[in-house]
Design a protein around this ligand. Structure first.
Ligand SMILES: *[C@@H]1O[C@H](CO)[C@@H](O)[C@H](O)[C@H]1NC(C)=O
Ligand SMILES: *[C@@H]1O[C@H](CO)[C@@H](O)[C@H](O)[C@H]1NC(C)=O
Ligand SMILES: *[C@@H]1O[C@H](CO)[C@@H](O)[C@H](O)[C@H]1NC(C)=O
Ligand SMILES: *[C@@H]1O[C@H](CO)[C@@H](O)[C@H](O)[C@H]1NC(C)=O
Length: 465
């Protein structure tokens, strides 16, 4: 009799435990928020893409063939009916004090006002941001925005570098620009806006949702909700019509630990794009530095550098690297680029060239057109991401990317991005790398305010100047 009772008690306990476990797991799913998809039926597969750029007014580079970033972002807000989700590494749109010096700076303030007015139009603005809370985001929450903060220091000891928008889970923007008045005026930025592309937008929204759920978390969860799993990956592309031509695409994210089921990392995406190039790989980057440095020590980080060497030497693919030349450019950048370039001397079948994009220095010492690009274009694909090609970016920081491939077509998006690359490459601001000569990227040091603490911190607002 006694043992039968014991049995019942144990059975009841086991049941309780099972129910509890089930509840925990379903809670994870409940947190996965509202239904975002799509039983395959309403996955529109006819999408439009525009290349958006910010080119400062007094930089003599043509805007032809691309849309202005400001106009692009406003067009997204015009379309918004239900929700606007924004992630930006930092917020600094209020340019009141800068307007006199940089007339275009008011664009930042106009965008901020637009975002402040969304709630009144019945559109929900959701923002994820790194710490610490910014006054601008406090203002936006005062105007009805939902703002969530990620403590990246606790999560990965890195920073949030992601920069993208998802509008109505239908349209999206991804690119180099932060929500910063400088990105709409004096920096040279490039991004993509994809319209009417529900499935791809939902996949990017899932990355946004992942950040959304990490608010105030001190550690990265070991399991992720099913609702955060990737819809598409490097092995399972989204196939669709992009501007009337057949294309495939997927989104990628970083770092490795922010990786639900099936999500391709940025590094894997870049690897795939480099690997599938047949003729050329053109790269436009703010920083290129194959080092993984921490406070205590640095080591060589070969991942991307190694891929490029392999493409050059073993596959004879032509590589061009356009790197930003600015005050914060690490001096070793030149050594590493020179080392890549000398790999091909004097081999005929190998072609590698590096150039530096120097901004224009105005009379008052301010710089216009610091190149802030982060993309790679090959003969068949484009990758646009949020991270610089520096070791610690991929290891610790959060970012996202978009890969679009157009096999067999040469007049689509890749062709347009290549056109932009060529335009910049042949512009007066691109200076070739010369042997034994380190270019001076900080010619404006006499007037600029140095931020020594930020030298490697390519993403901070101060460093962007
Ligand atoms: C799919 O889209 C059509 C038209 O846009 C709409 O009428 C229909 O309700 C949608 N179906 C589902 C399952 O959402
Ligand atoms: C922008 O900054 C100025 C001061 O620099 C301040 O007076 C103004 O209220 C700010 N505007 C917004 C919308 O925050
Ligand atoms: C973020 O996490 C770090 C490390 O756990 C902690 O020291 C810091 O106080 C946290 N910041 C905030 C604002 O909670
Ligand atoms: C795609 O089509 C739109 C509208 O027709 C056009 O404005 C845009 O420039 C095209 N995009 C590309 C990359 O060609």
């Amino acid at each position: 009799m006694k043992s039968q009772q014991k049995c019942i008690v144990i059975f009841a306990l086991v049941c309780c435990f099972a129910v509890l476990v089930a509840l925990i797991f379903s809670a994870v799913d409940v947190l996965g928020e509202d239904e975002d998809i799509l039983n395959g039926d309403n996955c529109s597969d006819i999408c439009q893409v525009v290349l958006v750029e910010n080119i400062p007014e007094d930089i003599s580079i043509s805007h032809e063939g691309t849309t202005s970033l400001t106009a692009g972002l406003h067009s997204l807000l015009d379309l918004a009916q239900k929700s606007v989700e924004v992630v930006s590494p930092w917020w600094d749109l209020n340019s009141t004090e800068q307007d006199a010096r940089f007339p275009q700076a008011k664009q930042g303030r106009l965008l901020l006002h637009r975002l402040m007015g969304l709630k009144a139009q019945g559109v929900q603005l959701k923002v994820t941001s790194g710490m610490p809370p910014s006054p601008e985001l406090e203002l936006l929450s005062h105007y009805g925005a939902d703002v969530r903060y990620l403590n990246m220091t606790a999560l990965t000891d890195g920073d949030l570098r992601s920069s993208f928008w998802v509008v109505d889970r239908k349209h999206m923007y991804i690119g180099s620009a932060a929500m910063d008045w400088r990105s709409l005026s004096m920096l040279k930025e490039l991004g993509l806006i994809v319209y009417q592309c529900r499935c791809l937008a939902v996949d990017l929204h899932r990355i946004f949702n992942l950040y959304w759920q990490l608010e105030y978390k001190e550690f990265v969860p070991a399991i992720w909700s099913k609702r955060l799993s990737a819809l598409y990956s490097k092995d399972e592309h989204f196939s669709f019509q992009l501007n009337g031509s057949q294309a495939t695409a997927y989104v990628s994210s970083s770092p490795n630990v922010f990786r639900p089921k099936d999500r391709t990392t940025d590094l894997e995406a870049i690897f795939r794009v480099i690997q599938e190039a047949k003729r050329f790989i053109y790269i436009s980057m703010t920083d290129y530095l194959p080092l993984l440095s921490s406070n205590t020590h640095s080591k060589y980080w070969s991942r991307i550098d190694g891929m490029l060497r392999e493409a050059l030497i073993l596959k004879h693919i032509k590589v061009r690297l356009l790197v930003s030349c600015r005050e914060q450019t690490h001096p070793l950048t030149f050594n590493f680029l020179w080392s890549l370039q000398s790999l091909c001397v004097p081999t005929n079948s190998c072609s590698m060239e590096a150039r530096f994009f120097s901004p224009r220095v105005r009379d008052d010492g301010s710089t216009q057109g610091v190149q802030h690009h982060r993309y790679v274009v090959t003969d068949n694909s484009v990758y646009i991401g949020n991270l610089d090609w520096v070791g610690k970016e991929f290891v610790f920081n959060a970012g996202a990317g978009l890969v679009v491939s157009e096999p067999g077509r040469s007049s689509g998006l890749s062709e347009r991005v290549k056109w932009v690359f060529d335009r910049d490459w042949h512009s007066v601001y691109a200076k070739p790398l010369q042997p034994n000569k380190i270019p001076t990227c900080s010619s404006s040091t006499a007037v600029s305010k140095g931020h020594p603490g930020h030298t490697e911190d390519s993403g901070s607002p101060n460093a962007s100047l």
